[in-house]
Every structure is written in C-alpha cells, then in structure tokens.
Design a binder for this molecule. Structure first.
Ligand code: UDP
Length: 239
C-alpha cells in the first residue's frame, strides 16, 4: 500500500504528501472551506470525502475520453494517489452561464447563457488575489510556453464538452468551473480536483445552487448539496 511520507504543501482545501515513489504524490482532501480570497473561512462536514469521490469519478470519465489527468487512483476516503506535476501558476476558468465574478465585472445578469463558452485565465497568486490575466501576460511572465498555452486551451474546451453532458445526464447544469494543469515529462496534464468547490452546478429543474456558492452566500444546506452532487455523480443516478 502507498503511504504518506513528508507533507510538501498545504493549501486551503488540500494537503500534498510525498510517497516512496518520487513521481507519485498523495493528495489529501480537507473539510476546510474558504471564500473571497480566504476572508471567509469555515468547515463543510465531510467535504473532503465528497470532493475526493467526485473528483475520482470525473477524472475517470475524462481519462476514458482521452484527457490526460494526474489521477492514479483514490486510495482512501480522503486520499488520492496522483502523478507529480509541475503546476502552471494559472487558473483556467470555463464558463457556460454567467455567474460570480463575470456578472460583477461585466454586468451580465446571472443565468445568461454564454455561447460560445468563455475561457479565462487567472494568475495563481494569493497575495495579489488571483488577478485575471490574458495570453500575452502568460507569455511575458513566462508562466507557460505558446505550445503549452495552446494545449491548455484545447484541453479546457474538450473537458467542457465532455462534462456538460455528463452533468446534464445527472440533472445538473455546469455553469462554470476552474481547472489547473501541470507539466509531466513534457506533456500538459490536468491536475488538482474537479468538485463542488471548483464548479458551479445548478439543479437542471429548479436551478437551485448545488455548489460552494451555498457556503459563499450563506444559503444553508451546504453539506446536503455536496452529498447530493456526490450521489448523482458517483451512484450513476439519472434524474
Ligand atoms: N474558482 C475556483 N477557485 C478560485 C476561483 C474560482 O475553484 O480560486 C471556480 C469557482 O468555484 C467557479 C469558477 O471558478 O466555479 C468561476 O469563479 P469566479 O471567477 O466567478 O470567481 P468567484 O466569484 O467564484 O470567486
């Protein structure tokens, strides 16, 4: 069995550990939740377990459709064995429906369909509040090469095209989501997690929010929403 050795990173929702294999890390999912650049903090009970399970199911779906991901396997409730990537300090955001910062910054009403989907980049830097950047910033700051940027864009749009029907079949609208990619031996590989912390998901029938916005906006029933996403995604439930 692969065991955790040294902790090399602690983020807001996860910790990373080395293993005896230099190419493999263990990603540990916590219940801690933060919002608004960590100004709001709290705990969502069993969130780590849900996010690990949901991420596993989604990474498996993506891998089955040719997307390279860092997942090797989920090894316990809160642990996922992953390939070690050199993460690009870029958050890639894909939007199908206007919500969150897009509604605030551009005045587009929440719920407006975005066709074609909108792709955004942010510079991963907590001290600066993860500012939005464009491709020329990425080039000038040497965060990724032109070829890597091209591949990141291609993969992000393919992932969106795979995940929209995946969630739709399970009664959910994929409003927007955040991806992180890294270099693994010269290949661009999907890393991090895909879960209700990093996606906006609305119930397709009622348009009720089923994601971290329930925590961000104090909408209540946070744990229930995470569990329901987990049930629909992992138990293959169709509504
Ligand atoms: N997101 C994320 N981590 C971040 C910022 C955004 O996972 O540090 C996700 C967020 O959950 C949403 C999407 O990316 O699904 C778009 O977020 P937005 O830019 O609207 O920012 P927010 O208003 O949520 O901070």
């Amino acid at each position: 069995m692969t065991e955790r050795r040294e902790q090399i990173y602690e983020g807001k929702a996860k910790r990373l550990y080395t293993t005896d294999d230099p190419d493999l890390l263990i990603q540990f999912f916590k219940d801690d939740a933060t919002a608004f650049n960590a100004q709001k903090r709290g705990t969502i009970l069993e969130k780590g377990i849900v996010n690990n399970k949901v991420s596993e199911r989604i990474f498996r779906h993506l891998a089955e459709h040719g997307i390279p991901t860092h997942m090797v396997e989920r090894i316990s409730d809160r642990e996922m064995l992953v390939k070690r990537l050199k993460i690009f300090p870029i958050e890639v955001i894909v939007r199908n429906v206007a919500a969150g910062s897009l509604t605030k910054n551009l005045g587009i009403p929440e719920g407006t369909e975005l066709d074609p989907p909108v792709l955004e980049f942010c510079y991963k830097n907590d001290a600066l509040g993860d500012p939005q950047i464009n491709e020329s910033h990425i080039r000038a700051m040497k965060l990724a090469t032109d070829a890597q940027i091209g591949r990141i864009k291609e993969l992000a749009l393919r992932i969106n095209a795979l995940l929209r029907p995946f969630f739709a079949e399970r009664g959910m609208i994929l409003v927007d989501f955040k991806l992180e990619f890294g270099d693994h031996g010269g290949d661009v590989v999907l890393g991090d997690e895909i879960c209700p912390d990093t996606c906006r998901l609305w119930d397709a029938r009622t348009r009720e929010k089923m994601d971290k916005d329930r925590f961000r906006r104090d909408l209540g029933k946070v744990e229930e929403a995470y569990q329901e996403v987990c049930r629909r995604v992992c138990e293959e439930a169709r509504v």
